[in-house]
Design a protein around this ligand. Structure first.
Ligand SMILES: [Zn+2]
Length: 235
């Protein structure tokens, strides 16, 4: 075997994207309940989060963890370099939480400088879907979560450099992640995110950590954020 081989993980297709790309989950070796779920690249322009998740899968063996990992929630968006999926839907506004709204949402263009992240520059327009939960990627993520029933979900995003805590995660998890990377824990974000994955999770009684890394080089992101995530998976 050549390439970046993964050890001890069970790869499982949990659905298909709108363009028919396999949605892949990596499950730990052996049966039994999982300790948590790491997800990444729900926004396709946040490719660095998918790369971080991949590095995590390579550093931790599936035999030494009870966590599951989804490296890419939105492969069509990742391939296109867009936040949205192939139908122009922001998946993180498509979940059937009570907050879902039918009107388009506006976010910052990918790669915008930090200084230009002011509300007037929120010009990247997304559909929240024809109805709540309309997208195959959303439905597949919901199905995976319902089946695995993770005690906590860590959803990787960029570039806000914070950890948004939703619900009550298992004791110490948020604090350990925040301390390991020196990232602040927040309870609220500026601006609404109706129909978000974490809204839906909280509504289902599943705590979530929206872990937003900063815009930085991949080596810098790995050095800062992987130790805490590796420790979490091995705990
Ligand atoms: Zn994001």
């Amino acid at each position: 075997m050549t390439g970046n081989v993964l050890h001890g993980w069970r790869a499982e297709e949990y659905g298909r994207s709108r363009n028919g790309v396999a949605l892949q989950a990596y499950l730990p070796a052996g049966e039994g309940p999982i300790a948590g779920l790491v997800t990444a690249a729900q926004h396709g322009e946040e490719a660095e989060t998918g790369l971080l998740a991949r590095r995590l899968l390579e550093r931790v063996r599936g035999t030494e963890t009870r966590w599951a990992v989804v490296q890419c929630l939105n492969p069509d968006g990742l391939l296109a370099g867009t936040r949205q999926n192939a139908a122009g839907v922001d998946l993180n506004r498509n979940f059937p939480s009570p907050t879902w709204r039918a009107d388009p949402s506006f976010t910052y263009p990918p790669g915008i400088e930090r200084a230009r992240r002011v509300l007037a520059n929120r010009t990247n327009r997304s559909s929240p879907g024809e109805h709540a939960g309309s997208e195959p990627e959303t439905q597949a993520a919901m199905g995976l979560v319902e089946r695995l029933r993770p005690p906590v979900v860590v959803d990787l995003h960029s570039p806000l450099e914070l950890i948004l805590v939703r619900g009550e995660p298992p004791a110490g998890v948020a604090e350990a992640l925040g301390a390991a990377a020196d990232v602040p824990l927040e309870r609220e974000l500026e601006g609404p995110a109706p129909g978000s994955f974490d809204d839906w999770l909280e509504d289902r009684g599943i705590p979530a950590l929206v872990y937003e890394v900063e815009h930085a080089s991949l080596p810098a992101l790995c050095a800062r954020h992987l130790p805490g995530l590796v420790a979490l998976l091995r705990a």
